[in-house]
Design a binder for this molecule. Structure first.
Ligand code: TTP
Length: 396
């Protein structure tokens, strides 16, 4: 039986929830994120707004310059998005396949191997997933199916929004060949220019390059990885719940960012995503890691250890922000920022416990608060609760 992986990705997730809940906003540009006139970023925007070149992580000031007067700007309602996400994941698990790996609030991989007798062809499996999501929460998702994670993810991107793309093993090479080489995993800011210098543009170009040459130009590990992917070879393992080593989220800016408020906004969002996944899958991390890349791929990670493992949004955000503030980075142009948790239940003495002064009772409270928030969101949904973050509401 051949392996089959499905990737599900909701379309313009936060913005679609907003349009669903405000039918009068259908067909209009909707921006979820900071309010114009304030500092901060676009968390996401509806496809109507994307026509103006607006996208996630763009400073709101720039988005407002580009968008027409009838644009709707809303602050994120995280509690609602979390509730909707939980419903989506539950319905995928019960209706499509029990092996669901949630990779973010609106994205999951499913192992859909061997579902022919239960559901039918891969197209029927994909359609079933889309219909189940629409039936449960009234939203559209893009679905891709392929022989591994790489192909499934590229397939879900292929016809976004509301797409369904199945790439059979026989079609894999023809599907990959014309795509730009940047679609390959690990081909980022460092490797892509190297490959372009070699005159390569597409996956087909990479495929026609020998393993020896790729290894000598990119390094043995990276060269082999790229070589294999250009032939459609990648991991097809889908981890339902366990076996994560870390949970992380990062965002790359189209243009470098120096405004600390924008960086804070992105880290708040990343902490909400990581906290959400951690709580949902029963992980608490003792180590919080901040990742930052400056202009010119100068990448740094900084970690700190907490006295008690956590999956609390606020704790994660605060630890990461404290890491940022403890460095002399103010004013440096940032290309990418993100954070993660790891070290499940690892003893604190492995690393210096910088947070030992933190009151454990307070941590307990935070946890209860998080659980209550998740529970309330599940039960009551819209208009329920949002956690306040110091001076202002949290925003992704
Ligand atoms: P994505 O899946 O990256 O994007 P999307 O669902 O909005 O749109 P697409 O149709 O292109 O998949 O992100 C999921 C949600 O995460 C998104 O709705 C808002 C949030 N988000 C942020 O808050 N900040 C960010 O920088 C990014 C990338 C996403």
């Amino acid at each position: 039986m051949s392996q089959l992986v499905m990737h599900v990705d909701l379309d313009a997730f936060y913005a679609s929830v907003e349009q669903r809940d405000h039918p009068e906003w259908h067909g209009r540009p909707v921006v979820v994120g900071a309010k114009p006139g304030k500092r901060g970023v676009v968390a996401t925007c509806s496809y109507e707004a994307r026509r103006y070149g607006v996208h996630s992580a763009m400073p709101i000031s720039e988005a407002a310059r580009r968008l027409p007067a009838d644009t709707v700007y809303v602050r994120p309602r995280m509690a609602d998005y979390v509730r909707v996400s939980a419903k989506i994941m539950d319905v995928l698990e019960s209706v499509v396949s029990p092996v669901v790996e949630k990779v973010s609030i609106d994205e999951a991989y499913l192992d859909v191997s061997g579902l022919e007798r239960l559901i039918g062809t891969p197209e029927m499996v994909g359609r079933k997933a889309k219909e189940a999501i629409r039936g449960a929460v009234g939203l559209s998702a893009s679905v891709g199916i392929g022989r591994n994670r790489l192909i499934a993810k590229l397939a879900s991107d292929y016809e976004k929004p509301d797409g369904l793309t199945v790439v059979t093993p026989e079609q894999t090479q023809a599907f990959l060949d014309p795509l730009p080489l940047s679609v390959l995993r690990g081909v980022g800011v460092k490797t892509a220019p190297l490959l372009r210098q070699m005159g390569l543009r597409t996956v087909a170009d990479v495929r026609r390059t020998s393993l020896e040459e790729l290894r000598s130009r990119l390094g043995a590990q990276s060269g082999t990885h790229v070589y294999e992917q250009a032939r459609g070879n990648a991991s097809s393992a889908v981890y339902a719940v366990t076996e994560r080593k870390s949970i992380s989220k990062e965002s790359t800016y189209n243009e470098d960012v120096t405004d600390p408020e924008v960086l804070r906004d992105t880290l708040r969002w990343a902490a909400q995503e990581v906290g959400y996944l951690g709580r949902r899958e029963g992980y608490k991390g003792r180590v919080v890691t901040l990742k930052i890349r400056f202009r010119g791929f100068d990448t740094h990670t900084r970690s700190r250890s907490l006295s008690v493992p956590t999956a609390n949004d606020l704790e994660i955000f605060r630890a990461a922000w404290a890491l940022f503030e403890s460095e002399d980075w103010a004013g440096k142009p940032v290309r990418l920022i993100g954070l993660g948790i790891s070290g499940w239940g690892r003893p604190a003495d492995l690393q210096e416990d910088l947070f030992s002064a933190k009151d454990e009772a307070l941590q307990g409270e935070q946890e209860i608060l998080d659980e209550a928030l998740d529970e309330i969101s599940r039960k009551f949904g819209r208009g329920s609760v949002q956690r306040g973050l110091s001076r202002r509401k949290p925003s992704p």
